[in-house]
Design a protein around this ligand. Structure first.
Ligand SMILES: [Zn+2]
Length: 544
């Protein structure tokens, strides 16, 4: 996460300007970064290099007739970038100051010969998260902590020292987190809700009990837990979420029954042995039904697998929200992503323990389907594929989430498939889902590899003209169509340092509303210019 927040420019220090130029050129993937590079060339008196940049810029012309809201769009982009930059700069400064303050605590510990594991672990824990990218500073701090000695003292004196340490540590940590909120709130105002969401989540990995970050994410305190809105209503009904067993009666004594091999069946409202209950629900005629904030999972798999599945479904839902924030519609979308509005639509997901059950009960539209979403029944259907299950699910779930939350189904294959491929490879990292840049996007990465090998791939123009309304997705080499959609969507979401993400999500939203505008209206670049930029993006540029 710090990687995402703190990664500033990755240009090697100390290289000659001409060598540095090559790196900068490869990193400049859109109008703003190209113009910035041209200015940099002029400042460094690199005339020949500037000429090369200008040749690229000359191909990225505005459309013949600019969109009526072109100026407004540009201003919104600028605000969004500024807000994000502000958070990044702010964090960079705070990281330096946090490091110093941790140093002061370590000095105090040395002075007092106080260094129990409980204290050193806390210091190292926060330092490793915050100084992730500052390798040398982190190594120095770790050496400093390791050289501490823990003296003998009475238990009364120990308690007093623990208290003093806690209050020093908490003050430093709270100061670090609290000052970031102002910058995060600016991001929200600029419509960068997805980014703001990331920062809140990151803050919670540093300061797990931070009230303001929890509340910012729409969580409410219940007992010793922080809960999202649906979990609060479950809690009031006497249930708490257990990472292994799902919703369980929240009495400690009840939890013990699970440890003894029993489970509570919410359908029959009876206890039974886990083996009995799994056997009772292992067929499509009488499956398990497990509800969460955004899903209703109907499954014939064993309870423990279902709990893992629905946990993943929820994490995925938040990731989809985070990436496609504006799709969910202005203030309401923000209210949903930050848990302020109660979700009223649980998406139905059917999961079967094997292919036979899947074919018998789900009746897939094709014999080869490994999973599908049906807009007609408003549900998606999968079976246990082993390792491949998650990717298939994440792909179809994107169709389902966008289809169910959009105003109408997406009739533009290149857009709906692009949006689905963008999220299908999301991976669990540090308790949250992450996309992992181009290397994490299997199909876009493959598109780049093939392009560089000289294989002909669909261009942006191909995708838009062949796979828009009424286009035949299943025509030609289907894998190549998926690759083209993945590459096009990845490009639009990330080029020019993600400057057009908001426009791309707006396009997604309009497509699902049934009426997208011409592509150039979103980007302020002619169709030929966009096609050129995408080709260059995969052929020559280096992006993460
Ligand atoms: Zn699809």
């Amino acid at each position: 996460m710090t990687g995402l927040i703190l990664a500033l420019s990755v240009v090697a220090q100390g290289a000659s300007p001409a060598a540095e130029f090559e790196q900068r050129l490869k990193a400049a993937t859109g109008p703003l970064s190209l113009h910035a590079l041209s200015a940099w060339c002029r400042k460094n008196k690199l005339q020949a290099e500037d000429k090369r940049v200008r040749e690229v810029i000359a191909k990225v012309v505005p459309p013949q007739r600019p969109a009526r809201d072109a100026a407004k769009r540009e201003a919104a982009r600028r605000r969004a970038v500024q807000a994000r930059e502000e958070v990044k700069k702010f964090l960079a400064v705070r990281v330096g100051s946090l490091n110093k303050k941790l140093g002061a605590i370590i000095d105090w510990m040395r002075d007092k010969h106080y260094a129990p594991d409980s204290a050193t672990d806390r210091i190292l824990g926060i330092a490793r998260r915050v100084l992730e990218d500052e390798v040398e500073e982190l190594a120095a701090l770790e050496r400093n902590v390791r050289s501490l000695e823990d003296g003998e003292r009475t238990s009364v004196a120990q308690k007093s020292m623990d208290r003093q340490f806690d209050s020093r540590f908490d003050a430093v940590r709270r100061e670090f987190t609290n000052k970031i909120f102002t910058a995060v709130e600016k991001c929200m105002k600029a419509g960068e809700t997805g980014f703001a969401y990331d920062v809140y989540r990151w803050l919670l990995t540093i300061d797990p009990d931070n009230d303001r970050a929890h509340r910012g994410l729409g969580e409410t305190r219940a007992g010793k837990h922080w809960l999202r809105p649906y979990a609060v209503s479950q809690y009031r009904a006497g249930l708490i979420w257990d990472a292994r067993w799902g919703w369980i009666p929240r009495h400690e004594k009840m939890r013990a029954r699970y440890d003894n091999g029993e489970a509570y069946d919410h359908a029959t409202k009876k206890w039974g042995t886990l083996a009995q209950l799994n056997a009772l629900h292992n067929d499509g005629g009488n499956p398990w039904k497990i509800a969460s904030e955004h899903f209703l999972l109907i499954s014939t798999a064993d309870l423990e697998q279902n709990v893992k599945l629905i946990t993943r479904l929820e994490a995925f839902f938040l990731q989809a929200f985070r990436q496609y924030d504006r799709f969910f519609g202005g203030k309401r979308g923000t209210a949903l992503i930050f848990g302020m509005a109660r979700n009223t639509k649980q998406l139905k997901v059917y999961f079967y323990r094997n292919r036979d059950q899947f074919r018998k009960y789900a009746k897939p539209p094709t014999t080869w389907a490994a999973g599908f979403y049906s807009g007609g029944s408003h549900a998606s259907y999968f079976y246990d594929l082993g390792r491949g299950t998650t990717r298939v699910m994440q792909h179809e779930l994107t169709h389902q989430i966008l289809g169910e939350f959009g105003r109408r189904g997406g009739a533009y294959a290149w857009i709906s498939e692009g949006a689905a491929t963008f999220l299908e490879n999301a991976k669990m990292e540090d308790g949250a889902l992450a996309l992992g840049g181009i290397k994490g996007n299997r199909r876009a990465y493959d598109y780049r590899r093939r392009t560089r090998k000289g294989e002909k791939q669909h261009s942006l123009e191909d995708m838009v003209s062949k796979f828009g309304r009424g286009g035949k997705w299943d025509s030609g080499d289907v894998n190549s169509n998926y690759r083209g959609a993945a590459a096009t969507w990845f490009f639009l979401m990330t080029f020019d340092n993600g400057r057009y993400r908001g426009d791309t999500v707006q396009l997604l939203s309009d497509a699902y509303g049934g009426r997208p505008r011409e592509l150039h209206e979103y980007y302020g670049v002619s169709p030929e210019g966009l096609t050129f930029l995408m080709d260059r993006f995969y052929r020559e540029c280096e992006v993460n």
